[in-house]
Design a protein. Structure first.
Length: 118
């Protein structure tokens, strides 16, 4: 049974940093592309960043590039998202997801809330 469990969310002020973690179990972690998505109130879920099973990083665009860093520790089966210089528009529920060798994301975590106050 595959489980993805996010942690590290919280309430912070604009300009602060947070590091999200996603602990994976029940899968061969190193074979999966892992991604972070977010969903703000009233908006559709959007892609934030991914790290391929090959080690390549992908970011959603200028909104997070240079501020967010995705990484993984294959020895600990854990995915991370370091978020710096947070902005109120980063407020959302953040989800991690797993994709077998860059196919569709088939496994999702329950999400962790990030709230950035101005």
């Amino acid at each position: 049974q595959v489980q993805l469990v996010e942690s590290g969310g919280g309430l912070v002020q604009a300009g602060d940093s947070l590091r999200l973690s996603c602990a994976a179990s029940g899968l061969t972690f190193i074979r999966y592309t892992m991604g972070w998505f977010r969903q703000a109130p009233g908006k559709e879920r959007e892609f934030v960043a991914a790290i391929r099973w090959t080690g390549d990083n992908i970011y959603s665009g200028d909104s997070v590039k240079g501020r967010f860093t995705i990484s993984r520790d294959n020895g600990k089966n854990t995915l991370y998202l370091q978020m710096n210089s947070l902005k109120p528009e980063d407020t959302a529920v953040y989800y991690c997801a797993a994709s077998y060798k860059s196919a569709d994301y088939s496994y999702w975590g329950q999400g962790t809330q990030v709230t950035v106050s101005s």
